[in-house]
Design a protein around this ligand. Structure first.
Ligand code: NAP
Ligand code: SF4
Length: 677
C-alpha cells in the first residue's frame, strides 16, 4: 500500500508487459565509475539505490561508438567482456528489487574528441572540435551502433535502454535547424530532421523485441535560438510513440544554453509546466525532470497531472534511500540534494569521480564503510557547522553516544549565512535535515554553551569543529561606522546603504553581492520572476522557448562594486558548472567587478583604491558602506588549549584548514573521521 502521504509517488506504474513498483526514476548521471572498471564498486553503487526503492534506474550515458562517446575514452558496451561486466551490475540491481535501463548517449558535436561527427560541420560554443559532417552511410552506421548497443544491453541483463535525444546531443542536433543544415533526407523539413530519432527508436525496438523498456529522452524546451516549437515537440513525441518507445522522458535545455536548468538557484520543479503540456498528447507514460528533490515536490508534480513519473538524479547521490524513507514516514530524514553541483557535476567536468556534498559515501560505498562500530564510545563534538554535524550524524549512526556543543543558539554554523542568500534557499533544507537527524539519533545537543576543558575531558573522543573567523584585511579606516563584515550583513541584519563596495570576491563576496542586489522575493521561489530574469519564454511562441524580448531582470536593489587584489577574472574559483551563473546573475544586476586593486583606505566618502604594484591610478569608489569579505582564518583556540592540556582532539573543517574551505570538504572530513571511531 502506498504511504498515504505520497499516494501518487508510490503508486505502481503498469507498462503492459511489466509493472514498475513506484513512480520514481533515478535519472542518468555520469559518475566516472564505469571508466574506472571496478565493477563491484559500480554494482554496489547502483544496488544501494535499487535497495533504497528507486523503481527504475538509468545508468550514466554509454557510448554507442568510439566517435560518439562524450570523450574518446568514454565507456560503452562493445566487447563480450563489457557485457559480462555490466551483467554484474544488472544482477545486483535485480537482487535488490530494482530495474535498470542503460542510457545510450551519442554526443555528436559535444564529444571531446577530434573524430566527433554531427549532421553539419558546425562547432558548438562549448567544444573545441569542429565535427565531421556525416554522409548517408555514416548516419546509417551510427544508427546501427545504437541498435548494437541496445542488443548488448539486453544481453547484459538490462531491463531497457534510454535513448538520449535531448540536451543538445547527437540526435537533438539533427532535430533543429540551428545545427542541421542538411539538404538530404536527414535535413530540411521537420519530418526529415526527426528521421534519425524515429529510426533509432524503431530499429532498436525491432532488435530487442516487445518486452523491453525503451525510454526516449525528448528535448521539450531547447532554450537555444531556433530550437523546436512546441507543436514540433508534440509531433516528435507522437512519432516516437509510434516507433515503439515505452516511455518518454523530459530533457530541458541544451548544454550550450545560457539559462541555468538544474543549479540551486533554479526554482524547484521549474520545468514541470513544460512536460504537463505533453500530457494527453501521447498514450505512453511521460516522465518529468529537473529540480525535483523532495517527495513533497515530486508528489505535487504528479498530483497536478504534470507527468506519470518523476525523474530524480542527484537526489539519489545525496540519499540512496530516498524512496524507502518516503514510504516509511521518514521523509524528514532524507539527506537533501541542495543542487550545488559541487561534488557531482563539478567533479565530472573536472575529470574526478562524482560524489555528493551531503553524502561523501556516494560512489565510495565500497571504500567508505559506515558499518556499525565494534564498541560504543562517548564522543564530544564542538561546533555545529557542516563538519560537526556530519561527524555527529555519522558517529551516532555507528552506535556511538554523541554530544554536540555550540556557542551559538542554533545549529548550522556558516550554513545559516548561506541559506539567506537569494538562490541558496536549499541550504535551509540541509539545516532542517540535520536537526531531524539529531532528534532521530538521540544526539545530545547543548546550544548557547561555551564548553570548557573539564567538560570535554571525560569523553573517549573529542572533535573540534569550531570553524572560522573573518580575516582582518588591515585596511586603514576599516573601523569606521560605514564598514561592515559579511556577518553583520548576513547574520545580524545590519542596514546597508544604496551604494556598496565589497572587499573580496571569493564565495562569500559573491554571495553578499547577490544578497545586496536583491530586495523582496528571491526569483528562486517565484517561478514567473525567475523565468523573466533569465529570459525563459514559451516554446509555443518562440521556437526553443527563449523569450523574444530576452532576459528582463528587475533593477538592482543597490549599486554594488565587487573587488579583489588578484588581476585574474573575478569568480575564477567558483564551481566549474555554476560559476558562470553567479557571474551572469551579477552582471544582470550591473555589479561592477574590479580586479588588480590595492585597498588604500576607507573614509566617510568611500573606498580609496589604486592599481598594480606601482599603486597607480588612485580612485575613490564613492559608497555608503564597505563590506569586508576578505576570507577567513581557522578558529583553533579551544583545540590549542586542549592540546596544551595533553589531550588529543580531532580538529576538522575550517578549524583545521580555513583556506578555500567549503561545506563539501568539511562534511567529507567529518564523515571519514566518524568512520574511524
Ligand atoms: P575565499 O574564497 O578564500 O575568498 C577570500 C577573498 O578575499 C578573495 O577574493 C581574496 O582575493 C580576498 N582576500 C584574501 N585576503 C585578503 C586580504 N588580506 N585583504 C583583502 N582581501 C583579501 O573566502 P570566502 O569568500 O570567505 O569563501 C570561503 C567560505 O565561503 C567558505 O566558508 C565556504 O564554505 C563559503 N562559500 C563557498 C562557496 C563556493 O562556491 N564554494 C560559495 C559561498 C560561500 P584577493 O586575495 O585577490 O584580494
Ligand atoms: Fe546534489 Fe550537491 Fe550532492 Fe550534487 S553534490 S548531488 S548537487 S547535494
Amino acid at each position: 500500500m502506498p504511504h498515504s502521504q505520497f499516494p501518487h509517488l508510490l503508486a505502481p506504474l503498469d507498462l503492459g508487459f511489466t509493472t514498475l513498483r513506484n513512480r520514481v526514476l533515478m535519472g542518468s548521471m555520469h559518475t566516472g565509475l564505469e571508466e574506472l572498471g571496478d565493477w563491484d564498486r559500480i554494482a554496489t553503487y547502483y544496488a544501494d539505490r535499487a535497495k533504497g526503492g528507486a523503481a527504475l534506474i538509468v545508468t550514466g550515458g554509454m557510448s554507442p561508438s568510439p566517435e560518439g562517446g562524450v570523450a574518446a575514452s568514454a565507456a560503452g558496451l562493445f566487447s563480450d567482456q563489457d557485457i559480462a561486466n555490466h551483467a554484474i551490475v544488472t544482477k545486483r540491481v535485480h537482487e535488490n528489487g530494482g530495474r535498470i535501463a542503460m542510457q545510450i548517449l551519442h554526443a555528436g558535436r559535444y564529444a571531446y574528441n577530434p573524430a566527433c561527427v554531427a549532421p553539419s560541420a558546425i562547432k558548438s560554443p562549448i567544444s573545441p572540435f569542429v565535427p565531421k559532417e556525416l554522409d548517408d552511410a555514416g548516419i546509417e552506421k551510427q544508427i546501427g551502433d545504437f541498435v548494437t548497443a541496445a542488443k548488448n544491453a539486453k544481453k547484459a541483463g538490462y531491463d531497457g535502454i534510454e535513448v538520449m535525444g535531448s540536451e543538445g546531443y547527437f540526435i537533438n542536433q539533427f532535430i533543429v535547424t540551428h545545427t542541421n543544415k542538411r539538404k538530404d533526407r536527414w535535413g530540411g523539413s521537420y519530418q526529415n530532421r526527426i528521421r534519425l530519432a524515429v529510426e533509432v527508436v524503431r530499429r532498436c525496438r525491432e532488435a530487442v523485441g516487445t518486452d523491453f523498456i525503451i525510454i526516449y529522452r525528448l528535448s521539450m524546451i531547447d532554450l537555444i535560438p531556433n530550437g523546436s516549437t512546441f507543436e514540433e515537440v508534440v509531433e516528435l513525441a507522437q512519432a516516437i510513440e509510434k516507433a515503439g518507445a515505452t516511455i518518454i522522458n523530459t530533457g530541458i535545455g541544451w548544454h550550450e544554453a545560457r539559462v541555468p536548468t538544474i543549479a540551486t538557484s533554479v526554482p524547484r520543479r521549474a520545468f514541470s509546466w513544460v512536460t504537463k503540456r505533453l500530457m494527453g498528447k501521447v498514450s505512453i507514460p511521460i516522465i518529468t525532470s529537473n529540480r525535483i528533490n523532495t517527495p513533497d515536490v515530486a508528489e505535487s508534480v504528479l498530483a497536478e497531472g504534470c507527468a506519470d513519473m518523476v525523474s530524480m538524479a542527484r537526489p539519489f547521490l545525496a540519499d540512496a534511500e530516498f524512496v524507502k524513507k518516503a514510504e516509511t514516514g521518514r521523509a524528514n530524514l532524507i539527506a537533501p540534494c541542495i543542487a550545488c553541483n559541487q561534488a557531482c557535476l563539478d567533479h565530472t567536468f573536472g575529470g574526478k569521480i562524482s560524489t555528493c556534498l551531503v553524502n561523501p559515501r556516494a560512489c565510495y560505498e565500497t571504500e567508505l564503510s559506515l558499518a556499525p562500530a565494534r564498541g560504543t564510545k562517548t564522543i564530544a563534538i564542538v561546533g555545529t557547522g557542516p563538519a560537526g554535524l556530519a561527524t555527529a550524524v555519522a558517529a551516532a549512526g555507528l552506535g556511538h553516544n554523541v554530544t554536540l556543543f555550540d556557542r551559538a543558539a542554533e545549529i548550522g554554523g556558516q550554513l545559516n549565512m548561506a541559506k539567506v542568500i537569494p538562490g541558496k534557499e536549499e541550504f535551509r533544507g540541509l539545516v532542517e535535515y540535520y536537526a531531524a537527524e539529531i532528534v532521530d539519533r538521540g544526539i545530545e545537543l547543548h546550544l548557547s554553551t561555551d564548553v570548557d576543558v573539564e567538560t570535554l575531558k571525560p569523553f573517549d573522543e573529542i572533535v573540534i569543529a569550531t570553524g572560522v573567523t573573518p580575516r582582518d584585511p588591515q585596511i586603514p579606516g576599516q573601523d569606521g561606522a560605514n564598514v561592515l563584515s559579511y556577518i553583520d550583513v548576513l547574520r545580524n541584519g545590519a542596514p546597508v546603504g544604496k551604494r556598496v563596495a565589497i572587499i573580496g570576491a571569493g564565495g562569500i563576496g559573491f554571495d553578499v553581492a547577490e544578497f545586496l542586489v536583491q530586495d523582496g522575493e528571491s526569483p528562486t521561489v517565484d517561478l514567473e520572476l525567475w523565468k523573466r530574469e533569465w529570459g525563459v519564454g514559451d516554446p509555443r511562441i518562440t521556437p526553443g522557448g527563449l523569450a523574444a524580448d530576452g532576459p528582463r531582470p528587475d533593477a538592482p536593489a543597490r549599486q554594488v562594486t565587487l573587488l579583489q587584489r588578484k588581476s585574474t577574472k573575478l569568480g575564477k574559483g567558483l564551481g566549474k558548472t555554476t560559476g558562470w551563473i553567479h557571474r551572469a546573475a551579477l552582471k544582470m544586476k550591473n555589479v561592477k567587478m574590479v580586479g588588480g586593486v590595492n585597498y588604500e583606505r576607507i573614509d566617510d566618502k568611500g573606498l580609496h583604491i589604486s592599481f598594480g604594484e606601482a599603486r597607480e591610478n588612485p580612485t575613490l569608489i564613492e559608497v555608503d558602506n564597505v563590506v569586508l569579505c576578505a576570507g577567513q582564518i581557522s578558529a583553533r583556540g579551544l583545540a590549542d588549549t586542549l592540546i596544551a592540556e595533553g589531550l588529543t582532539p580531532h580538529v576538522i573543517g575550517g578549524a583545521d584548514v580555513a583556506a578555500e574551505l567549503d561545506a563539501k570538504r568539511a562534511i567529507n572530513q567529518g564523515v571519514r573521521l566518524a568512520a574511524t571511531f
